[in-house]
Write a protein of this length. Structure first.
Lengths: 730, 214
């Protein structure tokens, strides 16, 4: 027994003191043979190990003997372990680490796609850019207009993308379609978007070739994603030259749910009193709206509720072109409701569900009146109503860490109504619209993505269906950037104005082909994109018979776009340049020939400059925009010269200052924004009298901004529940 | 009797075995901490981070290896030039602190490191992140100060944070100076629990003071 004990004692002391040293050496490389430095190599459970050098080499010795696991780890790579047997002497072990690819690093399709998000690291824009870019203050669309592909159309709201009309861009919030994303149209004056950019954590602007998950937009899709649960209870206030807003978000205990509201009052009367506008407003735009927010985080997902209701009024008049003594009067009273409830979450490790229901309502009461003191020349009083209900469900199957397959169904019940006193009897157009789609994100490798999809749509009003195939590929060339291509057919119901006149029309259609190169690295972004777009079955009608509608139009758009952004040049300095070349022609509406439409400029250039000056906590931003002259319709020209006139080139400089400070407990941003700083003359187009004067000439007038410059001054205040307290108390 | 002798032999083996292990732990830690005190290059911090990681994995009941590994990664997050890497490094630092915190809950040194890590995250994109994260950083500092008023490091980190915050937002040299002086008073009285306990910052704080007083 004793001898055994001694033996054991000897063995133990041998193992810990006298054991033969084993030296382990080798190199650590990545799959593409690049040496990896800084990797940790260790014998599991012991102190022995090392760190790989610049050449990926490592060496260390251990007095241990027996079987161990050699563990290698490095940030950005999968941890690996290999069994080794130590018995003195020398061991050489070369190892190859696999990159740990998460969704943020894997390739995504960048063809036609611009994203502003904090979650993905490599995005062209950050949500903050939307609030700090000079131009129209805090309007999502105004910022997107500084990106390639978008046209500078000042006489009408909406995003005019690559030769498409504003109606060819659709807006989606959390996957749900927004029927009226802008305040209702006013002749010759672009209206703002309804929704504050502060609502969204992600903005995704597609200038073409977008996913099969969305449809009914021939040119472009703008998909917005609302914030998840707020990180704290917060009160926000906006006080500006035109607006008072109060928002309150309450985060409930255990941080699982939140609820909030926002009330907003806009009135441009004080501003218009200071800065005279053309036309003359008898009632300056006044907007009252309210919003409700709700968030509820469950174990596997999140419910989001968003409700919005608004009422707005305005009226103005201007000298009429029809008669020297007459005025054109216009007034609008609009009501709008938009509400969605969505759920997004995991069912289990393999399946995800995104679903939602929504309702929206819009009513416009519009009055046109052309009258001289003596008599009424013409009048029109349309009342337009839209009700839309929608439901959507998308089920996603996950394959591994990256690949997915989405399958979804959407149902929309849309009801459009019009009536006009003394001229149009009530007409209503109900439509049950169903869409089915299926689409895969198939990662052949983390650097090679194929995205096939197809979308089927059926409209009961048109009593027709359509199949729209989509296909895109993206290939990441590691450090050299990425290439992507996209193809798709995009159908769209004719616009409501046409359907109200004639319901049995066919879908209009566009086919997109896009080739894109993008490289985002070290704070610099470069993008180049070529596209070709074919339009078919556009709505046409003879100019003297607007009710004889048909699908006989067609057209094309082709061009290229370049985008460059550099945040690295100087500290706090950031600029981007975008250039778009557009060659487009179309025959649609009452165009007698195929020609360049009024909303297409051949050349568009944007230069955005931002400088943050840290010592004074102030951001300066300057935006210069150039667009070559656009065609306008001149009735004094013969049909053969249709749309051959061009407006003067468009130049605009916007300037903005954001000053960050604290007012008491409130984090405050003061914003001063001026548009058309140096006062360039800007012409969006011309309009003409409907009848020639005594000399046989149609009198015309330029469509210009309402005032030479527009100025905005305001303060955004945020008072948050002190997160310090939460940390200290936990 | 035999059994008695045997048990003595066995227990002595275990005791020596155990104390040997303990001694090896202390020795390795001391060596690495010494290197850490004079470390300046990123490579050294990477190496030390890996060393402390190994020690932590071998001595799983000790909080200090995790703490120091977290410290090395926090410094790496500050030093790294590639801003896109900072969050991943900071995540790693936080994961070490989670483990340290589980072994030694409510420790002032750990809370101080949390504030440092939060600051590295702010620096990735100050304009987007400051408003949200500066209160988180301040929260950890105040918490660290409350957890151990004798610990000078939360004051030192607070002073550094204030120094690099624009004066408009309540920072700047003038705001940093009194806090730094407060930190130095505490450094003067501070006695670490043992040779391995955190004891960094005094020299740097002094240097910072001469800089500020210029």
């Amino acid at each position: 027994m004793r001898s055994q004990a001694i033996c054991l004692c000897f063995f133990l002391s041998l193992s810990c003191c006298l054991a033969a040293q084993t030296t382990i050496t080798g190199t650590i490389r990545s799959k593409n043979k690049m040496p990896l430095d800084g990797a940790s190599i260790s014998l599991e459970g012991t102190y022995y190990g090392s760190t790989s050098s610049k050449g990926g080499e490592y060496t260390f010795s251990s007095p241990d003997t027996g079987s161990f696991n050699l563990v290698v780890s490095l940030i950005g790579y999968k941890k690996m372990s290999q069994p080794v047997h130590l018995a003195g002497g020398q061991l050489t072990i070369h190892l190859i680490l696999k990159e740990e690819v998460n969704e943020m690093q894997a390739v995504t399709v960048s063809a036609g796609s611009f994203e502003a998000s904090d979650q993905r690291r490599n995005t062209v824009l950050k949500p903050l850019d939307i609030v700090t870019t000079a131009g129209q203050q805090a309007d999502i669309v105004a910022v997107l207009k500084t990106l390639p592909g978008a046209q500078q159309v000042g006489e009408s709201e909406g995003l005019f993308v690559r030769g498409g009309t504003g109606a060819e861009t659709k807006v989606f919030i959390d996957g749900m379609m927004v029927s009226n994303p802008f305040y209702s149209s006013v002749p010759d004056i672009a209206q703002r978007g309804r929704f504050s950019p502060l609502l969204f954590k992600g903005t995704h602007f597609s200038s073409g070739g977008y996913s099969a998950q969305y449809g009914q937009a021939m040119s472009s899709a703008l998909t917005l994603e609302t914030h998840d649960l707020p990180t704290r209870t917060e009160t926000n206030m906006i006080i500006s030259s035109a607006q008072l807003t109060l928002t309150r978000q309450q985060l409930f205990k255990e941080q699982k749910a939140s609820a909030g509201f926002s009330i907003n009052y806009n009135n441009l009367e004080p501003y218009y009193a200071l800065v005279p506008q053309k036309p003359y407003y008898t009632k300056a735009p006044e907007i009252i709206n309210g919003e409700l927010f709700g968030r509820w985080k469950t174990r596997k997902g999140i419910f989001k509720y968003y409700g919005y209701a608004t009422t707005n009024t305005l009226s103005f008049h201007r000298p009429s072109l029809e008669n020297e003594k007459a005025f054109d009067h216009f007034s609008l009273q609009g009501n709008n409701v938009f509400t969605i409830l969505t759920y997004s979450g995991k069912l289990n490790d393999q399946w995800k569900l995104n679903t939602g229901v929504g309702f929206s309502y819009n009513k416009d009461r519009i009055d046109f009146l052309t009258a001289s003191p003596a008599d009424t020349i013409s009048s029109f009083h349309p009342r337009l109503t839209n009700y839309s209900s929608q439901a959507r469900a998308v089920i996603t199957r996950l394959f591994g860490a990256l690949s997915k397959w989405h399958t979804g169904v959407e149902f929309q019940r849309v009801m459009d109504k019009i009536e006009a006193k003394d001229s149009i009897l009530p007409v209503s157009r109900p439509d049950n619209f169903i869409s089915l789609f299926t689409e895969g994100d198939i990662y052949l490798t983390p650097w090679l993505l194929a995205k096939p999809g197809i979308r089927y749509e059926y409209s009961s009003l048109l009593s027709k269906g359509n199949f729209g195939p989509r296909l895109s590929f993206a290939w990441k060339l590691q450090k050299a950037g990425q290439i992507s291509i996209a193809y798709g057919t995009f159908f769209q119901r004719p616009e409501t104005v046409y359907l109200l006149r004639k319901p049995n029309l066919d879908y209009t259609r566009a086919i997109h082909y896009i080739l894109n190169y993008e490289r985002i690295a070290n704070g610099r972004t470069i993008r180049a994109e070529f596209f070709y777009k074919k339009y078919e079955d556009l709505i046409t009608y003879p100019s003297n018979k607007p009710s004889e509608l048909g699908n006989n139009g067609s057209g094309y758009a082709k061009g290229f776009e370049i985008f460059w952004r550099d945040k690295k040049l100087f500290d706090g300095f950031d600029y981007w340049i975008s250039y778009s070349f557009l060659d487009t022609k179309r025959k649609f509406q009452d165009y007698p020939i195929e020609t360049i439409p009024t909303f297409a400029a051949k050349h568009t250039l944007n230069v955005v400059i931002k400088q943050f000056v840290t010592p004074i906590a102030t951001n300066f931003s300057l935006t210069y925009t150039y667009a070559s002259g656009r065609p306008y319709y001149n009735p004094n020209l013969p049909v053969s010269a249709f749309l051959s006139d061009r407006t003067i080139d468009y130049h605009n400089i916007g300037f903005q200052v954001n000053y960050l400070t604290k007012l008491g407990k409130a984090n405050t941003v003061f914003i001063f924004n001026i548009n058309n700083l140096i006062g360039n003359q800007q012409v969006y187009g011309y309009h003409f009298a409907s009848n020639p004067d005594l000399q046989g000439i149609f009198k015309g007038e330029a469509i210009t901004p309402m005032a030479k410059r527009s100025i905005f001054f305001g303060a955004y205040l945020t008072i948050g529940n002190d997160r310090r307290k939460e940390i200290i108390d936990n | 009797m035999k059994q008695f002798i045997l048990s003595i032999i066995f227990s002595s083996i275990f005791v020596t075995g155990f104390s040997q292990q303990e001694a090896a732990y202390t020795r390795t830690m001391e060596t690495n901490i010494k290197t850490l005190d004079t470390a300046s290059t990123t490579e050294t911090y990477v190496q030390l981070g890996n060393n402390f990681d190994r020690i932590a994995n071998a001595a799983k009941d000790q909080w200090l290896p995790y703490y120091y590994a977290g410290f090395c990664y926090a410094v790496m997050a500050f030093k790294t030039k590639d801003k896109t890497q900072v969050d991943a490094i900071a995540d790693k630092a936080d994961s070490y602190l989670d483990k340290a915190d589980a072994l030694k809950p409510g420790n002032s040194e750990i809370s101080t490191l949390r504030a440092m890590i939060t600051n590295t995250r702010i620096l990735v994109d100050p304009r987007s992140r400051w408003q949200e994260l500066n209160t988180v950083s301040e929260g950890w500092i105040i918490k660290a100060q409350q957890q151990d008023p004798a610990n000078p490091r939360p004051w030192y980190i607070q002073a550094r944070t204030k120094l690099y915050t624009p004066a408009m937002l309540g920072g700047g040299p003038e705001a940093a100076l009194p806090v730094l002086e407060e930190a130095l008073t505490r450094f003067g009285k501070f006695q670490p629990d043992n040779s391995l306990a955190p004891n960094w910052g005094h020299e740097e704080a002094q240097k910072l003071l001469t800089q500020l007083k210029k």
